[in-house]
Design a protein around this ligand. Structure first.
Ligand SMILES: Cc1cc2nc3c(=O)[nH]c(=O)nc-3n(C[C@H](O)[C@H](O)[C@H](O)COP(=O)(O)OP(=O)(O)OC[C@H]3O[C@@H](n4cnc5c(N)ncnc54)[C@H](O)[C@@H]3O)c2cc1C
Ligand code: SF4
Ligand code: SF4
Length: 809
């Protein structure tokens, strides 16, 4: 005979535990579920979209009544359990009916806290917790005008936004001077408040509610300073308390919540608890992600598998107010032992703060641009040492994508262990596996099979990106992806408009294409600058719109010093050059000198104030910048070739030098690396370069679109040519096509994958006239690009280069 499992509380955590149990032990129990609400299991998190009108009630049902029936569960709705006879192992409902259990699962959730000020019991004073509250607010909005929401936290702001959307005049009353103080620091809270004010919400900060006024129904709210405001409805959203009323009454050990151990067992071994009602290792939780983890562990023990343990959770938060992007996780305030890295662009409404301790992320707050929230959260939870990419941390994951992965799809770059759906604890690998193994094609499929994006929905964008990266573009992903939040236009549309409408400055573009922001953002400004540099060589270059390393003409290192790499054509050098480098190293006490992977000499540890002098000395010795920091041509690696090597079929070094002399200084969407090998043994590793040349007996093989880095990609074979002149022409044409067509921050590898090799061949190999025209455009552009920036700097240009575009503290 089956054992009897009874669950008290038909909410999100409890039903998730039952779902998990049915997966691993479907026949173990006869299950009875008591719920005091009249609804089957619904997604409480999505009450706010129902309030605003973005969703209907039926959209937020997670398990309807049929689901219970289909799984043989006896569902008793509208039935509150008021007592438990632990000795007889029975629960007792309001009608006095007894129901026996072998195991009992307490999932009674929380009660909203109502401040016990005079008048709190008046008609019109409500909390925000369930469907009944939403219905009450919807009815009130039809009849009344003034709403007051007490509490400027997550729930309060969602309620306020919803009531405003329903046409009410809403005032949010908050005890402190910053909103959402548990999730946001003062700067991000100020941005949030101002954008909510722009949407029409009123705020009373530092306001202590003293009483609620009215006869039978609420009429107003009075504050400690004596001021009053009118109110037809007052929503109290000042916090929740674990609902332990029943547990306490029957003597189950409770503190703030029902106390459980790591297996979700209460002090009564027959009784388990999950959800907001419990307290585990001193913590209570009010977000679904930890509750779903608890549900999994609880199911495991109810199934008598007995190996899972719940060890507590780290949580992250997002606000579900459409149009406001906000992410917060971990400790974002820090102390004397921590460091803050802050990026602030008030015009674009972007604020990012990452708190570090010992080069690990302790917490993060993102406002206005939350695309990297999942990445920071992943780094935080894994305790990853970020020193290797500290300088670019705030530019986001795609920016460390120097290593070759595409910049357009953040999700594709995430590791399989990265958590995508925080609510349901679904990692990227789960989603990718489900898509592959079950042949999923739509967002709804992924939701149904993995639960990702089925709770609060904030991860929907990431799930769509993963879907697109696994199955390719699919019907529900809009084909058109805006360049950034400042515009609706895509990269391609912007590039086309620059040429067609002869737009020659960033302000021109922004004005003519009706940018949403006055000055753009950290994503679009460098891209626009590059597109202009490419379209109108010599006519435009706004240094202030470049990334810091390009403005500084050097790579900043982790200790704040700089690395300086002079160009050595084709990797060749001579005693005079080496002597000059040695002199510079001695003169400026440069602590380290290293040969790079690209066959150049790197002077490491140069002090910032010495940079112009170092450049001056190098420049006088005949060196130009190696552009090791640039989205542009880096190096041309060569092998020794025919001149020295007994296998060599062609003079690869001379070919490399010619290529480098032709291409140096060229700005591009991303970095470009070239290499030339003297025979198919390929010692210069030309087949993992953006443009690789491999000599064969009868000429030169040309390869394109390779890269090393995190995700190695071997080149595609483009064609074979016979002469050095052809190598140069094809190279110039290929680079120009890339410069003109790729999106900013897209390396040649993802560009070719996006547009297809056949298109590249069509332009470069099949169409001689087109190729020559492309090559000529490249050479024309180079006339303006080969002014050595080090020489200019040493002569005093851009003295203020180290003053950043936006404040980076
Ligand atoms: C408006 C709103 C927005 C939210 N947004 C987010 C968000 O964005 N992200 C996030 O992670 N979390 C969010 N949350 C919190 C999240 O909804 C809760 O953490 C989660 O629903 C708690 O699940 P639970 O099962 O513990 O409790 P509940 O879902 O509250 O379920 C408990 C159920 O037990 C019933 N019950 C209680 N006592 C008894 C009894 N004696 N007998 C019978 N039934 C009983 C209650 O009526 C209730 O239906 C939000 C909550 C609200 C209200
Ligand atoms: S993400 Fe997925 S992630 Fe996020 S909080 Fe929700 S449904 Fe939740
Ligand atoms: S690639 Fe060929 S030519 Fe060049 S060094 Fe290697 S073996 Fe010699």
């Amino acid at each position: 005979m089956k054992e009897k499992l009874v669950m008290v509380g038909n909410g999100m955590a409890g039903v998730r535990a039952i779902e998990e149990l049915l997966k691993i032990a479907p026949d173990k129990y006869d299950i009875t579920v008591f719920g005091s609400e009249p609804y089957a299991n619904y997604n409480r998190i999505l009450l706010s979209p129902v309030l605003t009108g973005e969703m209907a009630l039926e959209d937020i049902m997670l398990n309807d009544v049929d689901w219970y029936k289909d799984n043989g569960i006896d569902l008793r709705l509208n039935k509150k359990i008021v007592d438990i006879d632990r000795r007889a192992r029975q629960v007792i409902d309001e009608a006095g009916e007894h129901t026996p259990y072998d195991r009992l699962l307490m999932a009674t959730g929380s009660n909203p806290f109502i401040i016990p000020v005079p008048g709190h019991e008046l008609e019109g004073v409500i909390a925000y917790r369930d469907i009944a509250d939403v219905n009450y607010m919807l009815d009130s909005a039809k009849e009344y005008k003034n709403a007051v929401v007490v509490g400027g936290g997550l729930l309060g702001l969602e309620a306020a936004n919803g009531l405003k959307e329903r046409g009410m005049q809403v005032t949010v009353v908050h005890l402190l001077d910053t909103l959402m103080e548990r999730q946001l620091d003062a700067s991000s809270a100020a941005l949030l408040q101002s954008s909510l004010q722009d949407r029409g919400l009123n705020f009373l900060m530092n306001a202590q509610t003293e009483s609620i006024m009215g006869g039978e129904r609420v009429e107003g709210v009075r504050f400690a300073d004596g001021s009053e405001i009118a109110a037809d409805i007052v929503v109290m959203a000042v916090g929740i308390r674990p609902n332990i009323e029943l547990a306490k009454k029957v003597g189950i050990h409770c503190e703030r919540g029902i106390v459980v151990n790591d297996t979700m067992q209460t002090y009564d071994p027959r009784i388990y608890a999950v959800g907001e009602c419990l307290q585990h290792r001193g913590e209570t939780y009010g977000l679904v992600a930890p509750l779903f983890e608890q549900a999994k562990v609880c199911a495991n023990h109810l199934a008598h598998l007995g190996h899972a343990r719940y060890e507590g959770s780290t949580t992250s938060t997002k606000l579900k107010v459409t149009g406001i992007d906000l992410f917060s996780a971990g400790d974002f305030t820090g102390d004397e032992s921590t460091e803050d890295i802050i990026f602030q662009d008030p015009t674009a409404g972007v604020y990012k703060k990452v708190v570090l301790k010992d080069n690990k992320i302790l917490g993060a707050v993102l406002y206005g641009d939350t695309v990297d929230g999942a990445w920071y959260f992943d780094l935080m939870r894994n305790g990853t040492d970020i020193s290797d990419f500290r300088e670019s941390l705030l530019f986001g994951q795609t920016h460390i994508g120097e290593a070759g992965h595409g910049a357009t799809n953040a999700a594709a770059a995430l590791p399989d262990t990265a958590e995508i759906c925080g609510c349901n604890g679904i990692v990227k690998g789960d989603i990718v596996n489900a898509i592959r193994e079950k042949g999923l094609f739509t967002l709804d499929d992924v939701r149904a099979h993995t639960k990702a994006s089925s709770s609060c929905g904030s991860c929907t964008g990431l799930v769509e990106q993963i879907l697109a990266s696994v199955v390719g573009d699919y019907s529900e992903t809009p084909k058109k992806k805006a360049m950034c939040k400042c515009t609706e236009f895509t990269h391609d549309e912007v590039r086309k408009a620059i040429i067609t409408n002869t737009l020659k400055t960033i302000p021109d573009i922004m004005q003519s294409m009706e940018w949403n922001t006055a000055n753009g953002c950290a994503s679009c400004r460098p891209a626009l600058n590059y597109y202009l540099v490419c379209a109108w060589p010599g006519e435009w270059d706004d240094y202030q719109s470049r990334f810091i390393n390009e403005r500084a003409h050097a790579n900043i290192q982790k200790d704040g010093t700089y690395s300086v790499i002079p160009r050595m054509w084709g990797g060749m050098t001579n005693p005079a050059e080496l002597r000059a480098i040695a002199d510079v190293a001695d003169k400026y006490n440069i602590p380290a000198v290293k040969v790079t992977g690209g066959q150049r000499i790197d002077l490491l540890g140069v002090k910032k104030e010495d940079l112009p002098k170092v450049w001056g000395d190098l420049s006088r010795a005949g060196f130009v910048s190696g552009h090791a920091y640039a989205k542009g041509l880096r190096t041309v690696k060569t092998c020794v070739g025919k001149e020295w090597c007994r296998f060599g079929t062609q003079d690869s070094t001379t070919m490399g030098i010619k290529l480098e002399k032709m291409t140096w200084g060229a700005w591009a969407p991303h970095k470009i690396k070239l290499a030339v090998s003297g025979c198919p043994r390929n010692c210069a590793e030309a087949t993992i370069k953006d443009f690789g040349v491999v000599a064969v007996d009868s000429g030169w093989e040309l390869h394109v679109g390779g890269n090393g880095g995190i995700k190695v990609r071997a080149t595609d074979f483009l064609c074979k040519v016979e002469t050095e002149a052809e190598v140069l022409e094809y190279c110039a044409a290929f680079l120009q096509l890339y410069r003109e067509e790729a999106h900013y921050l897209e390396r040649t590898a993802p560009w070719i994958e996006r547009v297809g090799l056949s298109r590249i061949k069509e332009y470069i190999v099949d169409d001689e006239g087109g190729r020559k025209a492309l090559a000529q455009r490249f050479l024309d552009s180079q006339k303006h690009m080969q002014d050595d920036p080090w020489k200019q700097r040493a002569e005093g240009a851009h003295k203020n280069e180290f003053e950043p575009l936006t404040e980076i503290a």
